[in-house]
Design a protein. Sequence first.
Length: 378
Amino acid sequence: MNQKLRVLIHGSGFAGQGHALAFRTAGAEVVGMVSRTESVVKDVAKKCDILYAGTNWQQALEELKPDIISIGTPGGAHFEAILAGLEHNCHIFCDKPITATAAQAKELYLKAKEKGVKTAFAASYRYMPYVTYARQLISEGLIGEPQETECISHYNLEPLIPFGWSHTIAQGGGRLNNNFVHKLSIILQMLNADVDSALNSVTGETRSDMQKAPIVNDVHDFRTRRNHIPENPNDPNLQWADVDSEWSYTVLAKLNSSFAPTQPVSALFKHSGLQPRFNQDSIAIYGSKGALHIEGSYAQGPLYYYDKSQPQAGWKEYELPAAITEALPPIETDTERNWACLAQEFTNDILGESFQPYQTFEDGWKYQEIIEAIRTHI
């Protein structure tokens, strides 16, 4: 195909803008952006050099006839927009979660399969460079057979963040939808493990540490929501909304990994959104011969190796190979770069070019089944 793939973006916030950059980096043409507030979408589209900006999704689909729709709104707003795109036989790139419920996610997966279109599920922190490096080291047998893994993080988020989609499950909120999915994606990638094993073995619990949140108008981009925290939470005129999303979780699973032929890998995921950290957030993989420890909640690095045959040496830092960083898209920030990595594989697949396997709506549906299974153990 000589003509560029045409992409229509749904959402004008951080994700919508990030998706536009990702697809342009992948060589596609961003032909339009649609969002709910006319003044906002026109302003954002102008800043992003996108010629078409509107508030009517159906009209944009009919007028622009995109090859791909890219969904960058909160999860509760995905279902109808994706259904409309499928009716136009568009390929779908969707941020996590696909929808707020597993039933809807499965419906969209099956509908996309029926239509014969390609789908991409953007739990995309699996493209972090240290994840790629860890997978390489594990596949080479550096730590022997993987036996267990743990992901630990504490975010110390401000409890007075203004009420929004993150505070309600129906809108795709909660730490499982917006933190756990990335952690699970990272571990599955590192271990070359299958999501079905997680689905069949998962258990856990969640906790809501926040019962109410202040209502503040004019928060259009979640990156700036801290700027809108009320100065006086005791103001009698301040309005509050009930919160039903979880802000803490503990999850256990047994993962079938091609690198661990004798038994499943035990996995622990522990996250507290509102609690302070003492040590660094981290991801670790422990094996029969050694262990890997990566600092950062999403494997930002650095990476350390422990050799069980030489315990006196302790933990040794391993530098990231230049070949891994040189292969990345030229984007500095992690989230946007990870979206670009996925967008490249997705567009390559659509165009019939060489690509690496990526997560699809089938994965996204199963992730949502896992999340609902965890929530039933509250």
